[in-house]
Ligand binder design. Sequence first.
Ligand code: PLP
Length: 418
Amino acid sequence: MPHAPLDLARVRRQFPGLESDWTLLDNAGGSQVARAVSDRLTDYLLHTNVQLGASYEPSEIAGTRVRAGVEAMADWMGTDDPAEVVLGPSTSMLLRNLAASFGQTLAPGDEVIVTDCDHEANIGPWADLERFGVVVRTWRLDESTWSLRVQDLEPLLSPRTKLVAFTHASNLVGTIHPVREIVDRIHAAGAKVCVDGVAFAPHRQLAVRDWDVDAYVVSLYKVYAPHCAALYVKRDLLESLPRLNHYFLSKEIPYKLQPGSVNYEMAYALTGLWDYVDAVRGGDAEGADGTARSTSTRREQLADFFGAVAEHEESLAEVLLERLRGLGTVRLVGLSSSDREHRVPTLSFFIPGRHSAEIVRALDDERIGIRYGDFYARRLTDRLGITESGGVVRVSAVHYNTAEEMGRAADEIVRALA
Ligand SMILES: Cc1ncc(COP(=O)(O)O)c(C=O)c1O
């Protein structure tokens, strides 16, 4: 689809956090917050911070705002049903909750499949069901393609498979998986899917309905918003799941999976994500309030925005990959191609015989923020035998980074390796 290129100066103006002299390339850890998002958050706290659900007018206004936040996230994720969106403090907590509920529907001998390259947030809660007699199988990452391949999943599926949990894009490897194709195969086997979209969501448009996923989760502090997370659960699954909430909320969705209040100001802040996209697109949408636009217009704007993002991110990834490809000592953990169809700009590598901290500290001294470690994809760094030597060095860009920043990071990495 044709789209207008990204106006990087305009993009960067939306992020006060980029005004320092630091080059921030640890975005897969957490992104900067867009000004429009923090404006909404502050506005909520200063002007409508009352308890929801009462009949007095300020409470009704506050309720409308929080609902607008959930609707904004539903649109962002690609569903027109806000009742399918469960908000929570983090992906780890939301998946723990989902597994605590889903696990109650399983019997000993039922099977779940996890991967060895996900963040532990989408492995541990499912693997822990083993204590109830559930059989846990592991879908291994293929190292020649740095991807989860359907042909490797096939032999693991059985009539007793109830759920497959996998990552849309690993926070360490960065390969984008063809979600719809994988989901179709899993559904044909009669199982549900739970997809971790955390490392994908900052880079591409989400389309949970089109992908036909049963559950899909994102951490919003990596998507230009504060520390909170959103879990999409398909309505029929949500309706059938045992409640985690009070007995009189057993049928209310999404509340049955959302015990306690959501964080009101953060929910409302999510409407600011749409303001951010408007600001980057030059304010071409009607109305200042994100709730005013039609879903289809908003989705088209988002497609346009993320089209430009993907193009720019590919060029950023290429700046570093091009340098790393030429270095025999570097082992990339991920595709060496920057092709936007196949990867996000989360770039990981290690140097056999050297501790990953050495490289990262050298960049700290140059005011370039990158990071090393297992990034809670511990099963993968264990498998690669690099956990003890500091895991991978990870350089993770998002669309607000510049080619010049990537070039400086590349220069300093090359210097540290010499
Ligand atoms: C791919 C991936 N999944 C899950 C998580 C956990 O997210 P949260 O911190 O919201 O629990 C992270 C955090 O880094 C992640 O990168």
